[in-house]
Ligand binder design. Structure first.
Ligand SMILES: [Zn+2]
Length: 62
């Protein structure tokens, strides 16, 4: 079983969309810093997981 899920997020700095991989094995809120694939500036990504499904994604300037 693969617990990694790929999601699309929008960079809060340049507005471009890019894909990141998120671990969905544990329910709850996971926060991570991701560098934008386009402009390389960091963003804080907060992912909420319930029953192995991603229910919310928040992206803010790190
Ligand atoms: Zn960007």
């Amino acid at each position: 079983m693969d617990w990694l899920e790929e999601i699309l997020i929008q960079c809060p700095q340049c507005g471009e969309e890019y894909a990141i991989q998120v671990e969905t094995a544990e329910d709850g809120v996971v926060e991570m810093i991701e560098d934008c694939a386009v402009c390389c500036r960091p963003a804080t990504v907060r992912v909420t997981t319930e029953d192995g499904e991603i229910t919310a994604v928040d992206v803010v300037v790190a």
